[in-house]
Write a protein that binds this ligand. Structure first.
Ligand code: ZN
Length: 142
């Protein structure tokens, strides 16, 4: 099946910051649910007290969950919002840097505790982004 790209239009935009101690993934999904954002680009800059992320084992078709319990800067974050099980779902990958500048990262999981986080959400309209199970990869894809 060829990968197709859809033309989209810019919708609303939201900027702000998350509270210290909040869960990065949960708060973004909660905001999108409350504001009816079902397709969007999400970027974040800030720092976490604890990072939770995963690596997808392509052969085993399962996520290997990883965790860093020390303080990290969020030095990279790219994510999107689409619908999964009829609810706004955040798919994000992030890179975290420690006190020495060493980085870890991966597929973002719940459990990232925010120290400070500036969020930008750019909504898209004119597109229906729905995640469904993909047999070839074992992932829920558009
Ligand atoms: Zn991922």
């Amino acid at each position: 099946m060829p990968a197709g790209l859809s033309e989209i239009s810019a919708g609303r935009g939201f900027v702000g910051r998350l509270e210290t101690g909040s869960d990065l993934v949960e708060e973004i999904e909660r905001f999108c649910t409350e504001h009816g954002v079902v397709a969007a680009q999400v970027t974040v800059i800030g720092a976490v007290r604890r990072a939770a992320y995963a690596y997808y084992e392509q052969h085993d078709r399962r996520y290997r969950e990883l965790e860093s319990r020390t303080h990290h800067e969020i030095v990279g974050f790219t994510g999107n919002i689409s619908l999964r099980d009829d609810k706004p779902f955040l798919h994000a990958h992030a890179t975290f840097a420690d006190a020495d500048g060493a980085t870890v990262g991966g597929h973002l999981l719940r459990g990232c505790e925010v120290f400070a986080a500036e969020i930008m959400i750019r909504e898209f309209t004119g597109v229906s982004l729905v995640r469904i199970h993909d047999d070839e990869t074992g992932l829920a894809l558009w």
